[in-house]
Design a protein. Structure first.
Length: 83
């Protein structure tokens, strides 16, 4: 991940999955749609189309991926996910 993104870099992502446990996935890869933390209410993100891109900010980079924060276009909600 360090070869592609860095902390505070803005990236284009979209919500790839919203799960019943309150977690959701983000992806930067076209066609890729479809533990232990407190569940987050992401119902406001359900209105997004599967092909809608969001601008996100990289919050952290790990060996297994990057954590990206996104905000709905109207600014009504923000959340973080693993890309």
């Amino acid at each position: 991940p360090n070869d592609y993104v860095e902390v505070d870099q803005e990236v284009d992502v979209w919500v790839s999955d919203i799960r019943d446990d309150g977690k959701f996935g983000l992806t930067m890869v076209e066609g890729r749609t479809g533990g232990g933390r407190r569940p987050v209410d992401l119902t406001l993100f359900e209105v997004l189309d599967a092909d809608e891109w969001l601008t996100g900010t990289v919050e952290g980079v790990m060996t297994f991926g990057a954590f990206v924060s996104v905000t709905l276009p109207d600014g009504s909600a923000s959340a973080s996910g693993l890309v």
